[in-house]
Ligand binder design. Sequence first.
Ligand code: GTP
Ligand code: MG
Length: 318
Amino acid sequence: MAVKHELEDVEGVGPATAEKLREAGITSVEALAVTPTRTLTEIAELTEEKASVITQNARALLNIRFTTAKDVLSKRANIGFVTTGTKAIDNLLGRGIETQAITELIGEYGSGKTQICHELCVTVQLPVEQGGLGARALFIDTEGTFRPERIMNIAKNFGLDPDTILGNIIYARAYNSDHQMLLADEAANLVVPNNVRLLVVDSVITHLRSEYPGREALAPRQQKLNKHLHQLLRMSDIYNMAVVVTNQIQSTPDTFFGNPNKPAGGNILAHGTTYRIWLRKSKESRRIARIIDSPMHPESECLFAITTDGIIDVEETK
Ligand code: GTP
Ligand code: MG
């Protein structure tokens, strides 16, 4: 693992700037590297030029710069996979949820988005041989639907100690979209010391949709969403971790042809996430997962079921 750097190790960051950064919650070089320049000018009272130099120096220190295609390939060789607990969805994605990527779970209410997020918080803790990353999870909950009891049931199903599993999930409730983004920034400081390899944001869009209603607010809303997704994507990249976000379905009554229901968040979310899985309800506890817009996978779908033990392959439900 890489050497741990202090803020003062970044060229151009003196003790006074370091203190201002820490006061603003930017306590690591990793967090500094992913903070937009404009934010730095505000919190550390720096000129735009100085802030830009510091960001670049922070990135250089962490080795974030141009590389060759060969390096990209070897970096991709480090991609890790987290099992969804079902062979069907793992196969749909290749080998499960990938690190260095954002996976988006889209679906109407009750379609299983939050349940899959719960499942992943457990499975990421499994050893690599069993489909996990032997690591911790970080859960940003915007809807107040995280349930430790569900985690305990899922953990028991894997024969794991529920207490240990719960202790390895770092949780935060986000009360508005600014808070949500602040928590994502703060998360950057927690990843390395806590060996976090999964970051969940459930849901990525709820606060933004309610805070910026109507067409007039669309531009600022999308700008903010874009910033948030970039923040998450950089984190997935720098820390080689899996980021999973959930998204809702929005109906567009003015559609004449095709499906009037589409994922919320428009093009920003469509382009900002790496893998998109659309979940639909089927009979009773059954659900359908469909992979859409993937750079590497054909569009296809599979069945799974939600049970008290977590999400499972349908062959197991009788
Ligand atoms: P929204 O957040 O409302 O948009 O929906 P969601 O897609 O996050 O839905 P969620 O993942 O919360 O799925 C809810 C469904 O999971 C419910 O309809 C239940 O059928 C099922 N479910 C939740 N908890 C349990 C449980 O303990 N046992 C069983 N058998 N099913 C459960
Ligand atoms: Mg939910």
